[in-house]
Design a protein around this ligand. Sequence first.
Ligand SMILES: [Zn+2]
Ligand SMILES: [Zn+2]
Length: 322
Amino acid sequence: MLHSGLEKLAKSFVYERAKPFANNELGNFVRRDLAIEARKHLIFLPFELKTKGSVGAGNWAAVPWLGFFDPLVTTTATKGFYVVYLVNPQTEEIFLSLNQGTTAVYREFGERKGRDILQRRAGDIRDRLPEFTANFDSDPIDLNSLESLPLGYQAGHAFGRKYEAGKINEKLFYADLERILYSYEALVDRGGTTPTDTMFEESGTQDIVETRKYFLSRRIERARNVRAAVIAQRSPICEACGLDPVKHYGFSGPQHNTPLEVHHMKPIHELAEGDSRRYRVPDDFLVLCPNCHKLIHTIEDTSNLKQLKSKVKFKYEPKYID
Ligand SMILES: [Zn+2]
Ligand SMILES: [Zn+2]
């Protein structure tokens, strides 16, 4: 069970940390078994998340954790935003938290300023998710550590719940997990930690609902996991005009760096909050050159490749080449 696994981690971490890091049994338990236990709770959710447990990279961390990552946002705890259980081994407390990648922000702004920024963004997250914030605790969390990562986790905490190892109310524990994962997906749908002004700028409209949909659609089309898989499973040639960057532009880099784009055929206006993660790779996508991609977004049915093709008069046929 997930909750008992986390309790075990909270209760034995201080003791285990005195032992060598390499091949430590608790470390293996967190990385493998705990991550698998966590995945069992994702099976019935309408979105896909990755799970990862860590007791440190190469040596013991001050705060071990178990994270849930949406690949549209991040697959690592170093950047973006995600849901995580953070363990305070001194007090044997477990914090469920909607939190943020600390390392990337430190790298950009330095540690002091970085923490201010994480704290401000945590406030933005709460403001963007009022109905979820109301159901959780948003008081600061205390991880009993002056190390830079735990201080970053404290700053990046938007909201969550504290549990004490050995005293967990299972019903609340699992209801909290489900609810916070839904809040995570709602945050993805609503633009994450991107400022509203930036979203308006990119979408070209001032309608917040349309802007969020536009932004989400772009996030799906640009997500590394989606893009690379679609291009690999289809082929790196524009499906509308036939442009082949290798043949026509002498492009010679790795396939995932191709200047082609990936288009999500689900019309933006049909993207409803909550069902947005239901996309199929590669079926729901087209590989298009940037021009054809721009064009398909101007036709009414953005899944209508035939209509797009009929508009494209200039076709890259082998006869034009040489
Ligand atoms: Zn598109
Ligand atoms: Zn094209």
